[in-house]
Design a protein around this ligand. Structure first.
Ligand code: F6R
Length: 609
């Protein structure tokens, strides 16, 4: 949600911090700030708004130093303002924080009674005052941090500096991700590895209840009792170029165009040579798992939830195991029927979405086995699940999820085939045929991506629309939902996704020349029915953009615009329909002049409930 970066080393600290913040800006961006150890003092600079405003504020200043912390904020407690921006300083202590401190009001009251004066409306400022309070009472910096952590309740990733310790940076985490990066003679902290990937690929991933003391070129990881914990660094496979725009105008466009590659990487190594088996390390050695489960519960939020909805069609039809799908934030409030015979599958790009994590924990509490489908190695979701299957989308920087979604779908195809084979519902020829089509996907996606100019042309026509309706049926209905979500989050145009058959039960009343309808009308079992819906819209003078099979020559006479989709089996059409909808949303938003990568009010990873 918010972003943290910290540095201890010989480089220009301000530059390292600002570059790290730029890479993290996608996590939250209503304000930003840095604190740098300069001339024996901690200098704090903060500004509401985009990072460029902070950049302008510090331009021309010489803030040299070898130690500093930085933050991009997405407001939770306290509106976006200079005063509420991080870092927060109290006495000799400066703090950056991601997460929410639940008991901040009671702590604030006690601290105010002791004479502490607060300058912001944030929960974070309490942490700085609390550490300062213990430090003033005579505890060394490390001890003071530990004591303060013992008092606060809630979630946090923290970076802390102390004016009396010019060579020490303390980091701590509880329910909010934080990594320590190890370079040659330099150390980093970050809420997300891409922030510092240019400098190092070796990381210590802090766990909940751990703090790290970075000093004298070394890192010591401690628990909250102060006991040292030996931790080996891990090397991440992502490289810095993966987190660059690579010549594209926006990350989102780059990430859309990357999907053929991301899909190839996600399939690679997971299909046996004779195409008879799906290979999932860890899962395939657990012979009992499929035999013992009698239900699958899929939980996710946002775009990942739409992937879960497609997953239900796939898993049920290929394995005949009943599947329930829940939005992460709803799951635990409906007393779900989940027990040790349930496999709970949590789907999340970031692996840090608070609602999805809470659903996973609820499932575990009720005895379910858990499987995470996740894009970020060492994320909380992957660490808390019995099994994890990673999507190899690479870092997704654009706030609107694109390549993570298609790679989640790929994993759901593979899981469905895996379960279908194990449960005896798929025979060898069927498996071979399905896999044969699956491995063709990257080429088909290339073909779809090549249509981008045509989609751009269509998008230009609809820039001024105020509302959009997306219609799909069967396995493509969740894609209608996803198309509508993409459009609304980046173009701010109201859009609704509907199962096409439901149109006549209400939304048809909205149809007129002002309401473009995007119809997913590829040739499959529901084609005739969707065509009927198209006729109904046509008869009411509605403007239709149809996504149709390449060989469908008749549809053009019924609709205003057609986007052609190459042929594949109907189970795989969601993959091919997704990219044109992403591109349509992208171009409309870009024509409107919107900030596509950082849409208003949204954050990449929603780590608060
Ligand atoms: C939409 C989008 C969000 C995320 C949702 C879940 O484009 O990005 O709806 O899909 O916040 O995020 P993850 O997948 O990280 O759990």
């Amino acid at each position: 949600m918010c972003g943290i970066v910290g540095y201890l080393g010989p480089r220009e600290t301000v530059q390292v911090l600002m570059e790290g913040l730029r890479r993290l800006e996608y996590r939250g961006y209503d304000s930003a700030g840095i604190a740098v150890f300069h001339g024996g003092k901690i200098e704090v600079r903060r500004a509401q708004g985009k990072l460029t405003i902070l950049e302008e504020a510090i331009a021309g200043e010489s803030l040299e130093g070898r130690l500093g912390i930085g933050h991009t904020r997405w407001a939770t407690h306290g509106r976006p303002s200079d005063d509420n921006a991080h870092p927060h300083k109290a006495g000799s202590i400066a703090v950056v924080h991601n997460g929410i401190i639940e008991n901040y009001l009671s702590l604030k009251k006690v601290l105010m009674e002791k004479g502490h004066v607060f300058n912001s409306e944030t929960d974070t400022e309490v942490i700085a005052h609390l550490i300062d309070h213990f430090h003033r009472e005579g505890l060394p910096f490390d001890e003071a941090v530990r004591r303060a952590l013992g008092e606060i309740k809630g979630s946090y990733a923290l970076g802390v500096l102390c004016e009396k310790e010019p060579d020490k940076l303390i980091a701590a985490r509880s329910e909010s991700p934080l990594v320590v990066g190890l370079g040659e003679g330099e150390l980093f902290i970050a809420s997300d590895t891409p922030a510092v990937l240019t400098y190092t690929r070796n990381f210590i991933f802090l766990e909940d209840g751990e703090m790290a003391v970075l000093s004298g070129g070394k890192v010591e990881v401690l628990d909250l009792e102060g006991k040292s914990i030996p931790r080996e660094p891990k090397r991440v496979m992502w490289n810095p170029l993966m987190a660059e725009k690579g010549g594209y105008k926006h990350f989102m466009l780059k990430e859309i165009m990357e999907q053929p590659r991301a899909v190839t990487d996600t399939i690679r190594g997971r299909i046996s040579e004779d195409r008879s088996e799906i290979v999932f390390e860890g899962l395939d050695t657990d012979e009992k798992m499929v035999k013992e489960i009698n239900k699958i519960a899929l939980v996710a939020c946002g775009t990942s939830y739409h992937a879960a909805l497609v997953g239900r069609y796939l898993i049920e039809s290929l394995s005949r195991i009943p599947v329930e799908v829940d939005i992460g934030s709803e799951f635990r409030y409906r007393n779900p029927l989940v027990d040790e015979k349930t496999l709970l599958v949590a789907i999340s790009q970031s692996g840090e979405t608070a609602d999805t994590l809470a659903a996973l924990r609820e499932g575990r509490k009720r005895g379910a086995r858990t499987l995470a489908i996740c894009n970020v190695v060492e994320s909380s979701l992957s660490r808390e699940s019995d099994y994890t299957i990673f999507t190899y989308a690479g870092p997704e920087i654009g706030v609107a999820s694109t390549k993570a979604f298609s790679t989640q779908l790929v994993i759901l195809y593979l899981i469905s085939l895996f379960l279908g084979k194990r449960s005896g519902h798929i025979d060898h020829p069927h498996m071979e045929e399905f896999i044969g089509e699956l491995v063709k996907l990257p080429h088909l996606l290339e073909e779809v991506v090549r249509e981008h100019k045509e989609i751009e042309r269509i998008a230009r026509k609809y820039v001024h629309a105020k509302n959009f309706l997306y219609l799909g049926r069967g396995i493509n209905y969740p894609i209608a939902l996803e198309g509508a979500l993409k459009l609304k989050e980046i173009s701010y145009i109201h859009a609704e996704g509907y199962p096409a058959g439901e149109m006549k039960h209400g939304p048809i009343a909205l149809i007129d020349r002002e309401m473009p309808v995007v119809a997913l009308a590829t040739r499959d079992d529901t084609y005739e029915k969707v065509m009927n819906n198209i006729e109904e819209v046509h008869a009411r003078e509605g403007r239709i953009i149809a996504l149709a099979s390449q060989d469908d020559k008749e549809i053009a006479s019924k609709v205003e615009d057609v986007i052609s989709i190459p042929p594949t089996i109907s189970a795989l059409t969601p993959m091919l329909l997704t990219i044109p909808l992403q591109l349509l949303a992208y171009y409309i938003a870009d024509f409107k002049g919107n900030d596509v990568d950082q849409p208003r009010n949204l954050a990449k990873s929603v780590t608060v409930e």
